[in-house]
Design a protein. Structure first.
Lengths: 311, 272
């Protein structure tokens, strides 16, 4: 379990100004499910993850792993496994040697190195220098490193970045399996579509603040507004009729969009008034759209101050 | 577990455990050190330059040194190669630290070992041990080869007194240079920057302060790290105005200690 309390991080951006990357956030990442950490680039995801691992010191507030400050753990790799950035390995060192030093640092038996290599399917290239690895192989090595200590908490920062479809499916299945084993799985991404397939629970961050903390189902229900698309020859008449019934009606090109009534009822209503219908479809807005709507402010904000946020 | 639970949100400090043991961290750093080729290439360069150049210089200068017009002591030549080999200690000292920052691996290191002081200490200890041994062996081989040519001219030196001291002194000096660079590496986090700064300080600035007039310049020259530290690595220094071997090395060790302390403070405070 990961618990953040009033977690805040400010960076000084020179000229005496400071930029709040993470702004007093509270959240709990529960075990036994995949929690997606979603936000536009620069929203504070990576900063939060670095604070969880004690790499960045919070300006104020606390974050704990399994009830303890991470840095106080006797064997940190047995507490949290983390993939922070792919290819954060010495290009001249082999994958096996990279895992060997990590194991040594936490008193993990060397036999475990072979096990995690097998787990991610890198046994055949374990002796190769990591600098020759593709991005996908680098991600697998990072995940092998994360699993080295068989940790109850797994944190993966943008694990599907640069992966081919097969690799993405592998990460998805892997995350699911870890959660099913009762582990805490915390995965960041800026891609809603990816999260929709992977996560049970969502934590949406924008501009350093938590915008949503709910289950995936709840998020879809409350944010992914659906509407009924109507195409008809007498479009204006239809719009006027539906509008007269107190429904939210908007006209877009050659169609009208109706919110507040289901498709069959819209069809019946129009039929009763003798209006011909060419198309009647329930359109669920995608999660990507919902996410965009939710984080629109923060994205806009970042577009203008990208330089400040860039680290 | 002796930790006391506090209100939710509060972090419980563990008092019953220590972070990964120093032995474990040292082991991990050793694996890191010997599993990259650059380590072996650099150490090979230390040996070839250190021993090879000493032998070459003794071979080339033996008859001159034995002649009446010689105005240098053969003792200044018997560890000559170490003056060049010290550059390899700068290179390896830097690589051990800065490649981790360059690749982002330092975050993996600090996530695995949150007690960053231990990482700094383990790297420091390994660099000192490796260069202490390689430096001494290199100096000894250089002595054996170089002294062979000096002996032929009747100016050979027995392996005792200042000559013997300059052997392990070479190991100590290289270890010191490596350690000095490790500290600078943690402060600057950049390979090229670290190597340039240390080499400029040792080789260029160390000679340029000589130009400062009067006693100030004289003392600056004596106290510059490269000058203060190198006296111990040679039986007779080329520059007669340097501090004595052990006094100079003491100054050098103090300078290293200050840098290491600064590195320790900065590494612990700075976000990785």
């Amino acid at each position: 379990m990961i618990r953040a309390h009033q977690l805040t991080k400010r960076f000084s951006s020179g000229k005496g100004q400071s930029k709040t990357a993470v702004d007093g956030i509270d959240f709990v990442v529960e075990p036994g499910r995949v929690t997606g950490f979603l936000g536009p680039n620069g929203a504070g995801k990576s900063t939060t993850m670095r604070m969880i691992l004690g790499l960045d010191a919070p300006t104020s507030g606390t974050v704990s792993v399994n009830g303890h400050r991470y840095a106080a753990s006797p064997a940190p790799l047995r507490e949290i496994g983390a993939l922070l950035e792919a290819n954060a390995v010495h290009p001249g060192r082999s994958a096996r040697d990279h895992l060997r030093w990590m194991a040594a640092s936490n008193g993990i038996p060397t036999t475990r190195v072979g096990e995690v290599l097998e787990l991610v399917g890198l046994e055949s290239v374990a002796g190769q220098r990591a600098g020759r690895f593709s991005l996908g192989m680098g991600q697998r090595l990072g995940i092998a490193a994360a699993m080295l200590g068989d940790p109850p908490v797994v944190v993966l920062d943008e694990p599907v970045n640069g992966l081919d479809p097969e690799g993405i499916r592998w990460v998805r299945t892997f995350a699911r399996q870890l959660a099913d084993e009762g582990r805490t799985v915390f995965i960041s991404s800026h891609l809603m579509s990816e999260m929709a397939l992977m996560a049970d629970h969502l934590l949406v961050i924008g501009r350093g603040q938590i915008l949503a903390d709910c289950s995936m189902t709840e998020f879809m229900g409350s944010h992914a507004a659906s509407y009924v698309r109507v195409k008809a020859p007498a479009l204006s008449d239809a719009a006027a009729l539906l509008d007269g019934r107190g429904l939210e009606v908007s006209r877009v090109d050659d169609e009208i969009r109706v919110i507040g009534l289901d498709a069959p009822s819209v069809g019946e209503l129009l039929f009763r008034h003798g209006l011909m219908v060419h198309e009647l479809t329930l359109v669920r807005s995608s999660l990507e759209d919902a996410f965009m709507t939710l984080t629109a402010d923060s994205v806009e904000y970042h577009a203008t101050t990208a330089k400040e946020v860039a680290r | 577990m002796s930790a006391t639970l506090m209100e939710s949100g509060a972090v419980v400090e563990r008092t019953d455990v220590a972070c990964p043991s120093f032995t474990a961290v040292l082991h991990a750093e050793w694996v890191k050190l010997h599993t990259v080729r650059s380590t072996w290439w650099t150490l090979l360069a230390t040996f070839v330059l250190g021993a090879g150049l000493t032998i070459l210089m003794c071979w080339g200068n033996a008859d001159w040194l034995a002649s009446p017009e010689a105005d240098e002591s053969p003792g200044s030549f018997i560890t000559w190669g170490m003056m060049v080999a010290q550059i390899t200690a700068v290179v390896l000292g830097a690589l051990v630290v800065t490649t981790e920052y360059g690749t982002g691996m330092i975050r993996t290191s600090f996530a695995a070992v949150p007690a960053r002081g231990k990482v700094l200490a383990a790297k420091s200890l390994l660099v000192v041990l490796v260069f202490g041994i390689v430096g001494t062996v290199t100096a000894l081989v250089g002595y054996l080869g170089g002294n062979f040519f000096l002996d032929r001219e009747g100016i050979g030196m027995p392996l005792e007194g200042d000559v013997l001291r300059s052997m392990y002194g070479s190991g100590l000096y290289l270890a010191g240079i490596g350690l000095f660079t490790v500290a600078v590496g943690f402060l600057l986090r950049h390979t090229a920057g670290t190597i340039s700064v240390v080499l400029a300080l040792m080789l260029i600035l160390g000679n340029m302060v000589n130009l400062v007039p009067g006693a100030v310049g004289e003392w600056l020259t004596k106290l510059m790290p490269g000058n203060a530290g190198s006296s111990i690595s040679t039986p007779v220094a080329f520059n007669p105005n340097l501090l004595d071997a052990w006094a100079g090395f003491g100054v050098f060790v103090l300078e290293i200690a200050v840098l290491l302390a600064a590195a320790y403070v900065v590494v612990r405070r700075r976000d990785a």
